[in-house]
Design a protein around this ligand. Structure first.
Ligand code: ATP
Ligand code: MG
Length: 380
């Protein structure tokens, strides 16, 4: 008999987890999500929905009572509430792993203690701490919110002494850390998985291109030397080994000017930079996540085809209903998330452009340039 799967969050990640779960009926018989938006993306593909905030204690208790196993698509769940319902349902990754990861200061301290490279950072309690640390780090540096950041909204880059007060005020009393700026060559990531029995597998290193702090393109594989790839994948495995949690994790990294790897941050969940796996790999990150939390043997992570993932983002100049996109190219796999309303830079969908006749990344990028105009979202 299959298990009942509970997911905290029913956005596009929850939706794609639910779709993978539906292909495993012998393991999962039903999916329930908690999400505040009625008819959220996951509900549109057949998940039952509890309409409530991700941190709503009653809703999480309800979910735990109804589910055999719980996971999440967002990292901002309340780890204390989750800890309190562990007696009703198995939770993966564990609330303890979530507690460490969801606080950037705890996360970086944990990695540093385990000899995993991270940028230099320091805890900030007051404005004097910032000034003192900037004297040591130099400029620029990044002031970051410890919790609940996404799409770069929890970061403030400080370029000079004059900006310190403004940066401090921007966060309105949130807990903070200061981080040394890394003049990276490239942003990369590894989608890593660990199952409940301790088996670890990593997907090949990919390259991420951001626009205004939001992921725009993922290039699989990353255009770096095999030495850099090996280094990054090894660091990802080590991270999974010390973290202990079960599931898929997105590990964001920087490649430095001298080809060293430092971890920027870890997401304790499936990750936007892993969407290429839907078509590029034998096992998608969504199936892998389910295999990991169910304690099944992990699937192959081999990259079968060069692939570029391109995010469909809301047009910056309008908010509202939008026209359906028409992109029907060969070897292009479009996935829209069923969001009714477009907002500036909101993630509305993505597509994977997959190499068919061994096209190189360069050729795929040229092809992508020709497609981009049709991937622009327009109001109805
Ligand atoms: P997301 O949810 O998009 O991953 P976030 O709000 O958690 O974002 P970070 O991942 O910490 O924010 O940072 C967003 C981006 O800011 C990074 O992808 C990187 O481009 C830049 N950045 C962050 N930290 C540093 C750093 N120490 N040095 C240089 N650039 C940085
Ligand atoms: Mg990030």
């Amino acid at each position: 008999m299959g298990k009942i799967l509970g997911i905290i969050g029913g956005g596009q990640l929850g939706m794609m987890i639910a779709e993978a779960a539906k292909k495993m009926p012998e393991h999962i018989s039903k999916i329930i999500v908690v999400d505040p938006t009625k008819n959220c993306p996951a509900a549109q593909v057949g998940a039952e929905q509890i309409v409530a905030d991700y941190k709503d204690k009653d809703a999480i208790e309800d979910l735990a009572n109804k589910s055999d196993i719980i996971t999440y698509e967002i990292e901002s769940g309340d780890s204390n509430v989750l800890k309190s319902v562990e007696k009703y349902a198995e939770i993966n990754p564990s609330p303890e792993t979530l507690r460490i990861i969801q606080d950037k200061f705890l996360q970086k301290s944990f990695l540093k203690e385990n000899n995993i490279p991270v940028p230099e950072f320091v805890e900030i309690d007051n404005i004097e701490d910032i000034k003192k640390s900037l004297d040591e780090f130099g400029y620029p540096a990044l002031l970051k919110a410890r919790r609940d950041a996404y799409d770069g909204r929890g970061n403030y880059k400080i370029d000079s002494k004059d900006e310190v007060q403004k940066a401090f005020d921007y966060f309105k009393g949130q807990s903070l850390l200061l981080e040394k700026f890394v003049p990276f060559k490239m942003e990369v990531s590894v989608i890593a998985s660990r199952n409940t029995k301790g088996q670890i597998k990593t997907y090949p290193l990919v390259e991420n291109i951001h626009e205004e702090n939001i992921l725009r393109e993922t290039i699989a594989p990353a255009r770096v030397s095999s030495k850099v790839t090996e280094k990054a994948e090894k660091i990802a495995s080590q991270t999974m080994d010390v973290l202990k949690g079960a599931g898929v994790f997105g590990i964001e990294m920087f490649v430095t000017q001298d080809d060293e790897i430092v971890i920027n941050e870890i997401a304790p969940r499936v990750h936007n930079s892993g969407h290429h796996t839907l078509e590029s790999s034998e096992t998608s990150q969504f199936e892998q996540h389910l295999r990991a939390i169910l304690g099944l043997e992990l699937g192959s992570t081999k990259l079968l085809h060069h692939t570029i993932m391109y995010n469909i983002l809301g047009n910056k100049s309008f908010q509202g209903k939008y026209k359906p996109l028409k992109i029907n190219d060969e070897n292009l796999f479009l996935k829209m998330y069923g969001k009714e309303i477009s907002k500036p830079m909101r993630k509305l969908g993505h597509f994977n452009l997959v190499s068919s006749n061994n096209e190189t990344i360069k050729e795929l990028l040229e092809k992508l340039d020709g497609i981009k105009p049709r991937a622009a979202v327009q109001s109805v």
